[in-house]
Ligand binder design. Structure first.
Ligand code: SF4
Length: 407
């Protein structure tokens, strides 16, 4: 089990970046903005002796404030944005309004994207061009948010707090500089640093902060609001469920019924789960997989029957990411299941379950991106992939086949 410290694809060893972020916090000329991924808030508490799956959003935000970051935003906000773009893209494929083929694969897991680029380049036209939530949050902060708040984007240090070591690779992909291109500032990166759940815990311990006694704090008001659909992004099956809720509403003009709002067949922990849903007279077949071995099996079995396939590389999805706490004395599957429960419970508690009904997202389109898949949205929120099959060496292939995760 090497994947706790190493990305499942491309041997990306976890490099600690939090000292760099710490230095930026101390630099008066820099404005440090941390955006937090959904799964961190159901795992961070474990590093401080709290129960597995405990929902510690308020303390997580308070900790970041205590460490001196300037703004704390929620990547769940951008998860809603990803859902709106990805569901719109799916509908365009289903209605034949684009040359892009069916089925559509999700694209928010960079380890899966790199896996497809390396092992299945022929499938790349099937991979959604929508960037991941972090990939959308970055350029939106350096353009829209910076403009609203009157901040010089050159001063912003954009940090993603994630469960994921592979995100360190994703933010450094050459093309992740949409804000720089728009603003004509060549050196501007959309996201500057990724720190993991474990890195944040290390930083807090070094700073001598008693996490468990922190008073809850809330995200900054602007770009801090999310729907329950954004919350469940952290679970295997969550992206699929969130996207179908919005696709249903777009296709029918009606609120999704209970069985779509709680899409039981795609919940759970099995390596491959399938569902067929009828929306406005169309049957839509979906599949959810986690783990690369399951992806290989799914592809070998034929993908033609599906419309939409969600792939996450880590067991259980991002809640089981390589940057999450690991306690070898504990049953890892039980920890992952507790974290999954934590996110579904949070979704159930929230009033808003549909990404496109998030008022801040609606405002963002009105003021900035216009409509989903608009030229501006395509330029800032969508991306392209490259065939990396030439990188494939025998050694890499062997390593991939052996990959197993034991966090
Ligand atoms: Fe990262 Fe794992 Fe989530 Fe993929 S499934 S985005 S590798 S944490």
């Amino acid at each position: 089990g090497q994947c706790a410290n190493v990305c499942p694809v491309g041997s990306i060893t976890e490099v600690y970046e939090y000292p760099e972020v710490k230095a930026a916090v101390q630099d008066k000329d820099k404005i440090v903005i941390v955006s937090t991924s959904p799964s961190v808030r159901v795992a961070l508490g474990e590093e401080f002796g709290m129960p597995k799956g405990a929902f510690v959003q308020g303390k997580m935000v308070a900790l970041l404030r205590a460490l001196g970051v300037d703004y704390v935003l929620d990547t769940n906000f951008a998860a809603d944005l990803t859902i709106v773009e990805e569901a719109s893209e799916l509908l365009a494929r289903i209605k034949g309004e684009t040359d892009k083929p069916l089925p559509q694969f999700t694209s928010c897991c960079p380890a899966w994207v790199k896996f497809a680029e390396t092992y299945y380049p022929e499938l790349l036209p099937h991979v959604s061009t929508a960037k991941s939530p972090i990939g959308m949050q970055g350029p939106t902060i350096k353009t829209y948010f910076a403009q609203k708040m009157g901040i010089d984007p050159r001063k912003i240090v954009n940090v993603a707090l994630t469960p994921c070591t592979a995100k360190k690779f994703e933010i450094r992909r050459e093309e992740m500089n949409a804000a720089g291109q728009k603003l004509g500032i060549a050196e501007l990166r959309d996201m500057d640093n990724v720190i993991t759940t474990r890195e944040l815990a290390l930083w807090a311990k070094e700073a001598g902060i008693d996490f468990t006694s922190l008073e809850d704090s809330d995200f900054d008001k602007f770009m801090g609001e999310a729907s329950g659909a954004g919350v469940i992004f952290g679970n295997t099956g969550g992206v699929m469920e969130a996207a179908l809720r919005t696709a249903y509403a777009y296709l029918t003009g009606e609120q999704p019924p209970k069985e779509i709002l709680k899409l039981e067949p795609v919940r759970g922990y099995d390596g491959l789960r399938e569902a067929s849903v009828e929306i406005a007279g169309r049957v839509i077949n979906v599949a959810v997989v986690h783990g690369t071995e399951n992806v290989r099996k799914l592809i070998a079995g034929g993908i033609e029957k599906y419309h939409f396939i969600e792939v996450m590389t880590c067991p259980g999805g991002c809640i089981g990411g390589g940057g999450q706490p690991k306690d070898f004395a504990y049953d890892a599957d039980a920890a992952r299941k507790a974290r999954i429960e934590g996110l579904y419970e949070r979704d159930a508690e929230m009033e808003l379950h549909l990404s496109h009904e998030n008022k801040e997202i609606q405002q963002l389109y009105q003021e900035f991106y216009d409509t989903p898949l608009s030229d501006m949205a395509e330029a800032m929120l969508h991306t392209a992939y490259q065939d990396r099959s030439a990188d494939l060496t025998k050694g890499a292939k062997k390593k991939m086949m052996k990959w197993k995760c034991l966090i």
